[in-house]
Design a protein around this ligand. Sequence first.
Ligand code: FAD
Ligand code: NAP
Length: 512
Amino acid sequence: MAALCRGRHRWKRTSSLHVLTRTLTGNYDYDLVVIGGGSGGLACSKEAAQLGQKVAVLDYVEPSVQGTKWGLGGTCVNVGCIPKKLMHQAALLGTAVKDAKKYGWQISGPICHDWATMAEAIQNHVRSLNWGHRVQLQDKKVKYLNIKGSLVDEHTVKGLTKAGKEMTLTAKDIVIATGGRPNYPTNIPGAMEHGITSDDIFWLKKSPGKTLVVGASYVALECAGFLTGIGLDTTVMVRSIALRGFDQQMAGLVTDYMDAYGTKFAWKCVPKSVEKLSSGALQVTWTDTHTGDEHKDTYDSVLWAVGRAPETKALGLDKLGVELKKETGKIILGSDESTSVPNIYAFGDIGEGRPELTPTAIKAGKLLARRLTGHSTELMNYDNVPTTVFTPLEYACVGLSEEEAEKRHGKDGIEVYHAFYKPLEFIVAERDASQCYLKVVCERGGQQKILGLHFTGPNAGEVTQGFALGFQCGATYSHLLQTVGIHPTCAEEVIKVNITKRSGLDATVTGC
Ligand code: FAD
Ligand code: NAP
């Protein structure tokens, strides 16, 4: 029967008889169909294919509100980690060029930055990654389909091409890894019409110019950081606090550094409207919630960095009874990434309560593939996930914030070791190191198990990745003391830390 041929897509031919026959025989087009070719979906599909499964991955990018489009690879590759880190690097280079003069480099004339050159180079790199992903899928014999997928039943996916053509695929298992997209505020006139998001900023051909960034979490601070760093007049509008969920002492250091670096902050302010003037400038009106006063200013760009929403609406999940968390719209998952419907799994940014990070999506995807193919029973461990905020002064952490440790163990149940240190590189360059700081939050009793590690400074992510391994192995404060440093580095300051917060002693590191 044609409908039971494996590997052939049937255009508009799903019938109830077909579904019944298929269920009885267990014969499908694919062993696994993955909807979403981002960090997680690609990792899961490649792993399953390598383990002998017949796999298809569907990836389709709905253009942003402003019409920006991109290729295969999902958020991280196209509109997230990769272009963000490269723009962050562009900004760091600006600081390095200024430092270079102090180190004897003769640089004549003013230092200025050209957006178009940076953007073109980064966009070309992203395109090469898009191509690389296609080649990898081909090499690993994963069928890539540039179609928008939705669920018909627990074994059937309907795909829609850009041209509106429909196709149906059947699979033993279906994985949803469709990620999320940036939010726009719905109650602010002009917000959507005139504003951009992180889906657009990395693909602009022209400099965004004077920019208002609304929001105060990862995306907002990272974008505002690199925009300031390349010389643009940048303001961050914060409605409450910066970096909610992070250790607030560290968040304060990050924003203090940005403030000194040139980023402007409008604290406790909420935007009211965005209007395009005849000059083309965007006039933003906002309210200072502290005083109740209304203010206006004009910008070339308004970047909304007010959170992200899951891509679940178009998937037809409600018809199948896939349970979603009402407040967030994300899929409720078991520890094995199972949804409430058998044979349908999900992970990555679409999963309720999951960290919205690339490495967790990749690892969860690979582990799921191994479990689905019977090669392992290992579950993803979402505890102790390290992360870095790539702001001008980077901040990396693993484990609990001081506030959270205090909440769980009591103020007297924790010991916080801390240090203000000066990176050697800053000294000759005469850079202010007031916000270069680290703290190790430990249990107070016994071996002083480390509960949280926080670090601001150059290459914070590189420094913290290794410590995250120690953390995963259950490191204690005495393990830190037993570790020999690498000199001269910023990372060695972590293993040298010896002043407790409780002592009230000056935590400034002096000498080697
Ligand atoms: P995505 O990578 O979002 O992939 C989902 C894919 O599915 C997309 O290609 C989407 O178009 C596609 N899709 C959606 N619906 C359908 C459908 N119906 N049919 C077919 N395809 C569909 N994380 C870090 O770890 N480090 C960072 O430095 C970092 N920086 C970031 C910076 C920014 C600006 C942003 C926005 C995010 C950043 N992240 C970072 C987060 C990281 O990008 C995400 O956590 C990660 O990409 C999530 O992977 P995913 O596989 O769940 O989804
Ligand atoms: P987010 O963490 O959800 O933060 C949203 C921010 O916008 C908060 O500061 C919030 O303020 C503010 N906000 C929300 N609605 C607003 C409104 N109407 N007006 C003004 N401000 C508003 O979102 P995100 O920064 O987009 O990041 C999403 C996820 O992507 C993160 O959780 C992270 O996991 C991932 N990411 C990771 C990296 C990295 O690893 N380096 C980088 C970028 C993104 P309140 O605090 O007041 O709610």
